[in-house]
Structure formats: C-alpha cells, structure tokens
Design a protein around this ligand. Structure first.
Ligand SMILES: O=C(CO)COP(=O)(O)O
Length: 271
C-alpha cells in the first residue's frame, strides 16, 4: 500500500531536474509543458514540494517566456556560470545574464564540470562568488569518485571539497545555499547510493555547516542527493532526515517519471 505521510518537513523539499546537454529549445518547452500539466492534473502542491529544472543555456529564454507567460510555479536555473560578469570570455555565460533570464538557481561544480572540464576548487570559489553577486542561489555539487568510496574516505573527501568551495561564503549567503551530494560512481550508472549512504553524507555535511557557520545556518541549508534517482527509489531516499531533495539527471527527461519523483510523498509507505 502506498500512502502519503502527514510529515512536516524541516525544509521545503526541492526536486530538481538537471537536463545536462539534452533537449534543444523546442524539445525543452514541450518537456516543461508536459511536466507542469502532469503535476497540475495531479493537483501537486508546488509550495509544499518545490520543482526546478536546469535546461541547457539555449533553452533558457524559451523557458523564461513559458514560465512567465503562463505563470508556472516552476523555478529554473543555469547548469554553470562564468566567474566573470562580462568581457572577452568566449563561450562563457555570465551570472548577470542568468539573473536577467529569471533564473533562481545555478549549478556550481557539477562533477561533469569538475572532471570533464577540470574545474578546481579555486575556480569554483570564484563561481560561488559570482552566483551570489547576481542574486542566484548556487546549487553546489560535491561528491566522491569510486576509488575514494572504495577506500572508505568519502566523508572526509566530500567535506574537504565543501570547505574549499565555501571558503569565501558568509553565513548570510550560506543560509540560502543548496548543496547536492552526488557520488560520481552513482551518476548515470544505475548504481544508487542507498538511503543510508545519502543520509550519512548529508548528516556529515550538515554537521560541517554547523561547525563552519552556526546551527541556524546549518538547519536552513537544503541538502539534495543525486545519482541514478528514479521514481522507484526517490521516496526511500527522501525519507532520510537530512535529505531535503533530489537532483535528478536522466529521469528528469521523462515528464511522467520526473512528475512521479516530485510526488514522492505518494509513494511513501506508512509503517
Ligand atoms: O548528475 C546527476 C544530476 O546532476 C545525476 O544524473 P543521473 O540521475 O542521470 O544519474
């Protein structure tokens, strides 16, 4: 039997879809329309569970037009941003431009940026600063690779990444932060970190935030899990106390599947 909990969340859950380099601007609009229709049909309460999408840059203007025109209750953001505001940086996208397009969020330090594009912690600190400079909420992605997980040093590794990326972030800024724990070995592989693994890391991240800032700040930050999330495993992960949402890759490209993840409460089994 599947039922909803009457659970109160400490923080508003955020279910975010990272489309990566999928969906051109025409496909992107169709996907977003389908997603919203599906959720509205199901009477989804967007205030109870927030929904966000991260389309490719070329889709953002269309997404903005659709969201603003139809007053859709969906947030969106860029998948990356430049540390600079404007100038001779061919191919880069400024946080200023993202803000002008109505983006609420921006991904910073996704593992694919770190590994494929060699983005290091020093660069990511400047991207964090750029996001805050333009009023964007960074979704800072951290997580370990397979060798680190196998060696058992994943918590220390991930917290070291976190400390480096938050070096210049003030407590006031941190209170608006979203952090996504995405173990690299679980991204796009079908391997999912179990709910207990997600909780272990999210609890460690929250404790680290308390040490770096204070308890109030640590309690305000939303912590997401990402890595092979599907409709079938989302609810179990979200039952964990310190997991406040999900960053979904592949499964966010299917409107019905993603909508089902957003409606995770309806898959929670009461005990
Ligand atoms: O990288 C991810 C989200 O940012 C996870 O991707 P998958 O859900 O496809 O594993």
């Amino acid at each position: 039997m599947t039922t909803s909990t009457n659970g109160k969340f400490d923080r508003t859950p955020l279910i975010a879809g990272n489309w990566k380099m999928n969906m051109d601007h025409v496909q992107g609009i169709t996907l977003l329309q389908k997603l919203v229709w599906t959720l509205e049909d199901a009477k989804h309460n967007f205030e109870r569970v927030e929904v966000a999408v991260f389309p490719p840059f070329t889709d953002l203007r269309g997404v903005q037009t659709l969201v603003a025109g139809d007053d859709l209750p969906v947030a969106y953001g860029g998948q990356d941003l430049s540390p600079h505001d404007s100038g001779a940086y061919t191919g880069d996208i400024s946080g200023q431009f993202l803000a002008r397009l109505g983006c609420r969020y921006v991904l910073v330090g996704h593992s694919e940026r770190r590994t494929i594009h060699g983005e290091d912690d020093a660069l990511l600190s400047t991207k964090m600063a750029a996001a805050y400079r333009h009023g964007l909420v960074p979704v800072l992605c951290v997580g370990e690779g397979l060798e680190v997980r196998t060696a058992g040093t994943h918590v220390a590794h991930t917290l070291a990444q976190l400390r480096a990326n938050l070096e210049d972030v003030t407590a006031e800024q941190a209170a608006r932060l979203v952090i996504a724990y995405e173990p690299v070995w679980a991204i796009g592989t079908g391997e999912v970190a179990g709910p207990a693994d997600a909780q272990e890391m999210c609890a460690a991240i929250r404790a680290e935030l308390e040490a770096l800032y204070d308890a109030g700040t640590a309690a305000a930050v939303r912590l997401l899990y990402g890595g092979s999330v599907k409709a079938g495993n989302a609810a179990a992960i979200l039952r964990e106390r310190d997991v406040d949402g999900l960053l979904v890759g592949g499964a966010s490209l299917d409107a019905a599947e993603f909508a089902s993840i957003v409606r995770f409460e309806h898959h929670l089994v009461t005990e």
